[in-house]
Design a protein around this ligand. Structure first.
Ligand code: CDT
Length: 313
């Protein structure tokens, strides 16, 4: 498509086993890329930590075993093929992976690659969910807070004819994510996720996992006049069932495309970034209607501060 009109695809993945090699995973990413090419897609979005199994589900003490899940270069030996094929097709992509920097920092990262093969954006996950220590009472661990450092900002980039931002999984549940990106002009927000269907601290939320997934992304899209693309690694991976339901959402909050099963699957929608204007320039005209002077609690405070007890004397 042309200009600010894009055909955008979710490149949803099913489970990746612990034994599956990077090469095998890249074969699957390439298969989705070929389907995207047949469908004349401009941009395909892959999930969070898309090159390996979701390793934070295990408590691992051996640092070299942990580091085997991380990439030290991007593109690297396994992903070079993906970059080359995408460039040959003229398709852009966004990919989540575990990043180990040359100076030894570890992040949960997502990149944005333009249609010419250049990496134009890199985002490091800000909201790290789960816990730091081995919690043996859980059926499985969620040790992102042990294995990753948190990223520090929400950046936007000029790409694909518009302004693009990224967020990763748990970030999508926080309204601050979308608002910070929208304040940076975001028209298109790309989000990869791995969401276990079982939430150990409060299993009463399990049945609502799909509802909450769409609720937060649809709200984020509407309240900020953005397109939002959410992409899962779904299905039962190493015994843990994870949500699929990847989707493309319009600035109206409506879902334009959604996957139908929990395996590798392509779904796409045609979007026009100009459609953001009808929301950004009316009901959500930030310059006209926002009241940042009334919002100081958002940045001055971390937790809740309830009103002081009333004194009756
Ligand atoms: N990957 C990721 O961020 N998953 C979280 C699970 C929360 S429960 C620890 C999510 O918000 O979907």
């Amino acid at each position: 498509m042309s200009g600010r009109k894009l055909r955008i695809a979710v490149g949803q993945l099913g489970p990746i086993t612990k034994e599956e090699t990077r090469d095998k995973v890249v074969d699957r990413l390439l298969s989705l890329l070929h389907q995207a090419n047949d469908a004349e897609v401009d941009l395909i979005v892959y999930p969070e930590l898309a090159l390996t199994t979701f390793f934070p589900r295990w408590f691992i003490e051996d640092q070299s075993a942990i580091d085997s899940f991380f990439e030290t270069e991007m593109p690297g030996p396994a992903t070079q093929r993906l970059f080359e094929a995408a460039k040959d097709f003229g398709i852009g992509f966004s990919l989540g992976y575990a990043e180990l920097t040359p100076d030894g920092h570890r992040y949960n990262t997502q990149i944005l690659v333009e249609r010419d093969g250049a990496i134009v954006g890199k985002y490091r996950k800000v909201h790290l969910p789960g816990h730091e220590d081995h919690e043996t009472w859980r059926e499985f661990q969620h040790l992102e807070r042990r294995y990753f450092e948190a990223g520090s900002d929400f950046t936007t980039w000029n790409a694909f004819g518009g302004v693009v931002g990224m967020a990763i999984c748990n970030d999508r549940r926080w309204p601050e994510t979308y608002r910070c990106l929208a304040l940076g002009g975001a028209e298109l927000i790309l989000i990869g996720y791995n969401t276990p269907l079982h939430y150990a601290p409060d299993p009463s939320q399990d049945a609502l996992a799909g509802f909450h997934n769409h609720l937060v992304m649809q709200s984020g899209a509407y309240q900020n006049g953005c397109f939002v693309v959410g992409v899962a690694k779904g299905g039962v991976e190493e015994g843990v069932a994870s949500l699929a339901e990847s989707c493309v959402i319009a600035p109206s909050g409506e879902i334009l495309a959604v996957t139908t099963h929990s395996g590798d699957e392509l779904a796409f929608a045609d979007i026009d970034l100009d459609a953001c204007d009808s929301y950004k320039n009316t009901l959500f005209d930030f310059n006209r209607y926002r009241r940042p002077e009334a919002y100081s609690a958002i940045t001055d405070q971390k937790g809740r501060i309830t009103p002081a007890e009333e004194v009756n004397d």
